[in-house]
Design a protein around this ligand. Structure first.
Ligand code: PNW
Length: 453
């Protein structure tokens, strides 16, 4: 019997892209008037970042962006998610503006467009101005007011050319992981649960302020959404009982962020769980937080296996010690997270459009061969398997509109420094030489043919 393979084609106009963040690639950490960020400070505290790596030079993208865009174009990449550095625009977080900061992003966006690449701009990807941290950082409600001014400034400056806006990247990572004892990210504070919950709430206010800025100053065709790293369950079996358990798990684990954004309230269940640690909420806050958005951005790498259990809403299975993972201890390889991680929020919150704003993997050892290649078949296979599950979600009717691979090139992986490589383009941090890996050549073909190859 002849076999006729069905091509795994994606919808017409599916958005294919790559993602980075300012602090992780730009370098020029103290150039042209940029202020210190909490990561510039944190990286200098002994023991906080592997090998004491700093963000001072990173990929030197600040000076090399024209070549980087040329390489993107060569690979056929049509969409690029980048972030703007708040301390480049406002060195102290508020007050005096730094015209050279705005000039840089003006030139960057122009170059991006000149290379035929559509920019998707994240307003905040973790690099809080140190001056604001000195005044309490995310524990201080005034940080949200400063952000409102910053967001408006950036939107006004770039909205004639930028149409796709992302308010914040992964609230959990810059609040919980920066301000609680379970965290290992800047600024490295260890606050009480009540204070940590307050940081979340202040971040949500920023999201609302940014949505407002885009609505007021974004111009025609502007679209806005948040990027969240929602926790993702995989039902152990795809039966109604396990799916219901996964749904309950999803609602509970994401009740801090998705609930208020999509329902305009903290749920009764959430309040019960938080008890006396609920954040202080002022009149009007939830209206601001729940302003309608155009899409939900999701960074999805990994998840948890969940099933139904007697007398409980769900049961989470422990992972066996040898479960496959990348070099990151947290990045367990679970392709189905792209299916359940998009289907569940679409069903629960009727999200009209979803973009995967990050997905990929990090490995510590990726060697250039003598012929100058990097055979990252582990990454190529991982991404292919994940995309297969994303394709299944789309086939089932989940409104997934695009996918951004993290990352365009190896970069500063926060507390893991330069050891952990997430790029589809290899970067030699001594020479700054960029080399597209096997995965980049493969991804270029996927984009060109709009299907899994
Ligand atoms: C994301 N987790 O962070 C960030 O947005 C990127 O800046 C980062 O480089 C990338 O993923 C790779 O780490 C995450 O523990 C950090 O599940 C940690 C987790 C998820 C995402």
């Amino acid at each position: 019997m002849p076999i006729k393979p069905k091509p795994l084609t994606f919808p017409k106009n599916f958005v294919w892209g790559v993602a980075t963040a300012a602090a992780q690639i730009e370098g020029a950490a103290f150039e042209d008037g940029k202020g210190e960020s909490i990561w510039d400070r944190f990286a200098r505290i002994p023991g906080k970042v592997l090998n004491g790596d700093t963000l001072d030079v990173a990929n030197d993208h600040y000076h090399r962006y024209p070549q980087d865009f040329a390489l993107m174009r060569k690979l056929g990449i049509k969409n690029y998610r980048l972030s703007v550095s708040w301390p480049r625009i406002y060195p102290n977080g508020d007050g005096e503006i730094n015209p050279k900061g705005l000039e840089f992003y003006n030139k960057l966006i122009n170059s991006c467009l000149k290379h035929g690449i559509t920019p998707w701009v994240t307003l905040f990807h973790w690099d809080l101005p140190q001056s604001l941290e000195d005044r309490g950082g995310w524990t201080n409600r005034a940080t949200a007011d400063a952000f409102a001014v910053y967001a408006e400034t950036v939107v006004k400056a770039l909205s004639d050319r930028v149409k796709n806006w992302i308010t914040l990247n992964e609230i959990v990572c810059f609040t919980l992981l920066g301000y609680s004892k379970v965290g290992d990210k800047a600024p490295g504070r260890k606050e009480s649960e009540k204070v940590v919950n307050q940081t979340y709430h202040h971040a949500l206010l920023c999201h609302g302020h940014a949505v407002k800025a885009v609505r007021n100053f974004g111009g025609k065709g502007a679209r806005v959404g948040i990027t969240d790293n929602s926790a993702v369950p995989i039902p152990v079996t795809e039966t109604p009982a396990d799916i219901a358990a996964a749904r309950a798990w999803f609602i509970e684990k994401n009740s801090r962020i998705l609930e208020p954004i999509y329902t305009g309230r903290y749920s009764a269940d959430h309040k019960k769980r938080m008890g006396a640690d609920m954040p202080d909420v002022q009149k009007g806050d939830l209206g601001l937080i729940s302003l309608p958005t155009d899409f939900l951005g999701l960074n999805i790498y990994t998840g948890a296996f969940v099933r139904a259990a007697k007398g409980k809403r769900y049961e989470e299975l422990p992972l066996p010690a040898d479960f496959p993972r990348s070099s990151c201890p947290w990045l367990n390889i679970m392709p189905q997270v792209l299916y359940w991680g998009t289907r569940l929020p679409a069903e629960i919150y009727k999200v009209p459009a979803i973009y995967i704003t990050e997905n990929g993997c990090g490995y510590d050892v990726e060697t250039l061969t003598e012929s100058g290649e990097v055979h990252d078949l582990h990454r190529r296979d991982l991404v292919r398997n994940y995309l297969h599950e994303l394709h299944r979600a789309i086939a089932d009717g989940v409104p997934v509109k695009g996918y951004f691979l993290w990352s365009f090139m190896d970069n500063y992986e926060w507390q893991d420094g330069y050891t952990r490589r997430f790029g589809i383009v290899h970067c030699d941090f001594k020479t700054q030489k960029r080399t597209p890996k096997t995965s980049a050549k493969w991804y270029a073909k996927v984009i060109a043919e709009n299907r899994l190859v």
